[in-house]
Design a protein around this ligand. Structure first.
Ligand SMILES: Nc1ncnc2c1ncn2[C@@H]1O[C@H](COP(=O)(O)OP(=O)(O)OP(=O)(O)O)[C@@H](O)[C@H]1O
Ligand SMILES: [Mg+2]
Length: 348
């Protein structure tokens, strides 16, 4: 007859659907009883997807039934609806990341405005000023930090099974993209995304850092909310273009952070203008003055304006952000100024 420990060990081979972790380490196994070869397991989980508990039940019962000495295996799963976490009602305690002094989120309401570009160059600029810096790509569906730093290796784990960040140009890097198989994002939905993001944030061994920059996915949805509710942030930097559609979304991002009491440290206006290299004429492709107006409206500093620049795009695509590649480049200089303004704001 198997012992309850042996049954738990068997359950530890049953994966939570969509995750590489098992149901025991997820903490959903509440009780294991065995009586003369008849095994009863009680689990409890919060999910809105009925397919998940059904699959866990089937897999767990099959695994236990295959154990020698087991005559019957019954797994019962109590399901509660996932906790609704309305903005402002923090059900999750925000925890600081051990060893990390300041965690700064780079966010935007709108996609494609240059969050990742700003996050990457800002990280390089802070480091150029002598700080130890980490950069974490929190974009589960469209991770891009790997590409921007020419990094796609699987990270190693330490003896406590925590993930060791990958290093490039003196920065510590982590991306969900390093951990996911190519088809994984498609199978992650709603509550699983939240769970995965929380786990991801807690399981990286950053060591000692002055700054950890979080590159957030676009929007103000579940992932963003999970992050701002899970990690004690020093503040947020909002990226926008001067265009009205981007500003409207930037405003939503500002509101999201304010409602959870995360200070907005400032706004970076990206793709502000284009300086024609041949004649030096400035073109305000997405309009002008929007970043400043929005910063004034929400009473935060405009940290800087970054023009559209070919070398900036090329160096991002080549795996070395312009600020890491050439500190004398005008764009690198503007990121150094942005970093300086940011650290000044933080110090206040
Ligand atoms: N100042 C700039 N000059 C030229 N190209 C830029 C600039 N900023 C960003 N880009 C380019 O625009 C594209 C989108 O930028 P990026 O990936 O940083 O945006 P994002 O806001 O992170 O996008 P997503 O919402 O998909 O995460 C990239 O190809 C990037 O190289
Ligand atoms: Mg991005």
């Amino acid at each position: 007859m198997p012992t309850t420990d042996e049954i738990r060990a068997t359950l530890a081979t049953v994966k939570y659907p969509g995750f590489s972790r098992d149901v025991v380490s997820f903490g959903i196994v509440k009780d294991v009883r065995v009586d003369d070869g008849e095994v009863f397991v009680q689990m409890a989980m919060a999910t809105s997807d009925p397919a998940v508990p059904a699959q866990i039940k089937a897999n767990a019962e099959a695994a236990i039934a295959a154990m020698p000495g087991v005559t019957s295996a019954v797994v019962r799963i109590d399901i509660t609806a996932p906790a609704q976490q309305p903005i402002g009602a923090q059900t999750m305690p925000q925890t600081s990341i051990p060893g990390v002094k300041h965690v700064i989120a780079v966010a935007s309401g709108k996609g494609g405005v240059g969050k990742s570009t700003v996050a990457a160059n800002l990280a390089c600029a802070l480091q150029a000023q002598g700080a130890s810096v980490g950069l974490c790509d929190c974009d589960l569906y469209g991770p891009s930090i790997g590409l921007m730093f020419g990094a796609n290796e699987r990270p190693f784990a330490d003896e406590d099974n925590r993930i060791i960040p990958v290093e490039r140009y003196g920065l510590k890097l982590m991306s969900m993209g390093f951990l996911l198989d190519d088809d994984a994002p498609a199978i992650l939905r709603g509550p699983m995304v939240t769970k995965y993001t929380q786990q991801f944030l807690r399981q990286v061994n950053w060591g000692n850092l002055d700054y950890l920059i979080l590159d957030l996915p676009p929007g103000t949805g579940d992932i963003q909310l999970t992050i701002v509710q899970t990690v004690a942030l020093a503040g947020a930097v909002i990226v926008t273009t001067p265009q009205e559609v981007a500003l409207i979304d930037a405003r939503k991002a500002v509101t999201m952070f304010q409602k959870v009491n995360v200070p907005v440290l400032g706004i970076v206006e990206n793709m502000s203008y284009f300086l024609c290299p041949s004649d030096g004429v400035r073109y305000d492709i997405f309009g002008s003055g929007g970043g400043q107006r929005e910063a004034d409206r929400v009473q935060v500093p405009l940290l800087g304006q970054v023009p559209i620049d070919i070398a900036t795009r090329e160096s991002g695509d080549r795996g070395k952000p312009i600020t890491a590649a050439d500190l004398t480049h005008p764009i690198a200089q503007s990121f150094l100024a942005i970093a300086k303004k940011l650290t000044d704001t933080l110090a206040r």
